[in-house]
Every structure is written in C-alpha cells, then in structure tokens.
Design a protein around this ligand. Structure first.
Ligand code: GLC
Length: 422
C-alpha cells in the first residue's frame, strides 16, 4: 500500500485573518470513509478549525480494517509524522500502543463519561492510548414490508432466518424480482468476516476462539455447527459474491431493495433511511439471531477510537482536536446524522438521538454488551490470530475445507502463533 494513493483534502479555517496569523497550524487526521464517515469527519474537523483558527487536513483510508491496519503499521514503524491523529479500530490498542501518546494529561477525566469497558480496552499499561469515538455491534436488518407481505415473523434463530429468507426470496423471484436474495453479510477474507463468524460461533455457545484467559477454544462441536450452518447459505440464500463482500457491498445490495435480511453495523441505518433510499421506511433492526433454541444472540463489539501519534509535531493541538471530536455535542451530531453509536452513555437517553435512531434505545443491551474479539488477551498477536481465523472460515464457506477439519487446523495454527504464551 502506497501512501501516495490516498486522497488528501485540506480544510481551510473559516476566518482568513486567522489562517494568515503566525500561530495557525495544520493538524492531519486519518478518518474512515465507510458510508457517511468521511463527510461527518469533514464537518466535525471544519467546525474545530473554525473555532480554533487552525487547519485540518484529512487523509482517507481503505474501507477494510485489515488493509487500514497494515497502512498504519507501515507509517508508524517508520516513525512518520505525516499523520497526527489516527482513527483506530477497537482491536488495535494492543498492536499499535507503542506508537501512541498517553492522552491522560489532555482528557482531564472526560473519559469517565464513556463506556467503561471501551476506556479499559483503550488503556494499556495505565496509559489512555485513545479516546472512544463511536462504538459498534453487529445487528440484523430486515425488510418489514416483505415479512408483512408474506406473513413471516422476525427470525429468532439462524434456523428461522434460513427458512424465512428462502421462502421470501423464492416468492419475490416468482413475482418477477429475479435479483432478490435472502441474506447478505460480510464474507470476504478480512476483519469483517472475523466479526461475522465470531457472532455465529458465539451464538451457538461455541465461544470466542480464544477465551479471556488465553485458552484456545475454537475446536468444539458448536463452532463446527455454526460454520456448517453458514456455509449452507452460500448460493442458496446468499449470493456466491458474498465471499468478496465487505460492509459496503452488503449495504449496496440491501439498500437497492435486493435482499430480505442483512447483517451490518448501525451506520447502515442512516443511509437506508436517506431521502433517495429505495428502502426508506421499509426497514427494521433487531439483534442478530441465536444459534438454535439453546443459543444466545450475539453482536460482535466493534468501534473506532481517536489516537495521537507519538511522532506528531503538535501533540497538544492534535489532542485538542481529539477531545473536540469525541465530545458529547459532536457524538450527538454524528448519531443523529449518520447513526454512529455514541460511546458516551448519557446519549442513549437523549431524546433527539432516540428519535433519529430508535434502535439505540431498544438494542441498548446489544451495544453495551457486545462480544469482544480476543484482541486484549492476544495483544500483539491479534492480527495473526484474526488472519488465521478469517482465512480458515473463508475456506469453509468456499467449500475447500470441511468445518471439523478447519477448526482442527486452526487450533494447531493458533497454538503455533501463541507458542508458550500470548
Ligand atoms: C467496523 C467495526 C470494526 C471492525 C470492522 C470490520 O468498522 O467498527 O471494529 O473491525 O467493522 O470490518
């Protein structure tokens, strides 16, 4: 990945007299570009620039978290000062920590307003390495109108979903909608598949791949059953193409009206509800199904933080931008305009937010209790653990390996990565 491929966009400070003043500086931030992220980042940083008289330059990054990580690792390993503020994934503090500034002197205790579990996740060796920006959990989107039309319930288990998706897909195709699919999700070999597969496995009581004590747990019958269920979807209720879908590809199919169900993060709601969306007012959002009657619904914990690079030439200013962007008002604006989940608990009781995104209230438990990937316990090794996991799951979904053989091989591979300890 070459840094030159990245588009750069300078946001001018609002007041000309300030930009020409000797003290005006430029802070560079890398923010995501999935859905409406980039636009919201532009607006937020422009407001900070107008308020402070400084300038902000935005660097957009690849949508895939896996690709973004390798870009960041290259920049940080080289000690590059090109980017001051990094938008980092909830699974990265352990991997990037050595390159990030302790924000404690700048946060002035404001982290106490945010979910304690995320603050703990972002704190390594007593240092607050990143401020929480938005949280995520996988949720199920469904077409209200289609379930009503065919008198089908909202699915409670993956087995229900499989059956209902097949029924509605067939009925719609018979009615002339040849493009119709039952279920779209993230099946490409990248971090997104780790999230989806963790949900399936956990929902069948098959654990989290590596447990909180560092034990490798993936080789178990429930995990096999979960993978077996998911591979049955390929080519039946999910297009073959799902094997190369990320979040935005799944959203593209669902939002254009061509799928009954979709697994995605909450950001897809704001876009599904936009004025020009073909599915506006036809969508419901609930917790993901559970694995069989004895399973439990699971949404993988995702989300993004803002961190300041150790190599920044203006750390105090960069930290000021981070505190502004993660503040109550800015998180409120992002929740209302883009359905990005706040990390500040009080915003889940804010009526303006609940009016814009009703499921922030109804699914509060899903967001507060997202299933974490084993990134804290595997620390520096998490990248290799997740790569091994999504590649192995992708092999099962593509039909190149049987689920039982896959979990056995994965267990061996994870033991090799772990050696004596994580
Ligand atoms: C979302 C989540 C992030 C996760 C990624 C995977 O962006 O917030 O935590 O790693 O999806 O695709």
């Amino acid at each position: 990945m070459n840094f030159n491929v990245f588009s750069r966009l300078a946001i001018a400070a609002a007041c000309a007299w300030i930009t020409t003043s000797a003290s005006a500086e430029t802070v560079t931030i890398s923010c995501g570009a999935v859905g409406s992220e980039f636009k919201l980042c532009q607006e937020g940083t422009a407001a900070w620039a107008a308020k402070t008289g400084h300038q902000v330059e935005l660097v957009s990054t690849p949508n895939s978290s896996t690709e973004r990580l390798s870009l960041y690792q290259q920049l940080l390993a080289a000690g590059s000062s090109d980017i001051d503020v990094f938008q980092i994934d909830v699974i990265w503090p352990g991997m990037l920590g050595q390159h990030l500034l302790d924000l404690t002197p700048y946060s002035k205790g404001q982290e106490a307003e945010h979910f304690a579990s995320i603050v703990a996740n972002n704190t390594v060796d007593g240092k607050l390495l990143a401020m929480p920006w938005f949280t995520d959990a996988g949720v199920l989107y469904y077409r209200k109108d289609l379930l009503e039309k065919y008198a089908q319930p909202v699915p409670d288990t993956w087995e229900d979903l499989t059956e209902i998706a097949a029924k509605v897909q067939q009925a719609e195709r018979d009615a002339g909608n040849e493009q119709m699919w039952g279920y779209v999700w993230q099946g490409r070999a990248y971090e997104g598949l780790t999230c989806d597969a963790l949900e399936w496995i956990y929902s069948y009581n098959g654990g989290t791949l590596v447990d909180a004590s560092g034990e490798i747990t993936i080789n178990n019958p429930q995990a096999v059953q979960a993978l077996d269920t998911a591979r049955g979807w390929i080519g039946t209720i999910s297009p073959e193409g799902v094997l190369s879908y990320g979040e935005e590809e799944a959203r593209g199919v669902f939002q254009s009206g061509n799928s009954v169900f979709m697994r995605n993060w909450p950001y897809a709601w704001g876009l599904a509800q936009s004025e020009d969306s073909p599915v506006k007012d036809k969508v419901g959002v609930v917790a993901l199904p559970k694995g069989g009657a004895s399973g439990r619904p699971a949404g993988t914990l995702g989300g993004w933080q803002l961190a300041v690079s150790n190599y920044s030439a203006h750390p105090a200013l960069a930290a000021d931008l981070v505190m502004y962007l993660t503040s109550y008002e800015e998180q409120k604006r992002r929740a209302i305009e883009g359905s990005y989940n706040p990390t500040i608990e009080a915003l889940y009781k804010d009526q303006d937010v609940l009016d814009a995104v009703p499921f922030f209230g109804s699914l509060y438990e899903t967001f507060a209790n997202g299933v974490p990937r084993p990134s804290s316990v595997t620390g520096d090794n998490y990248g290799r653990v997740s790569n091994a996991f999504f590649n192995s799951v992708h092999g099962v979904l593509s039909g190149t390996v049987e689920p039982q053989a896959a979990v056995e091989a994965l267990e061996t591979q994870l033991k090799r990565i772990r050696k004596r300890s994580w």
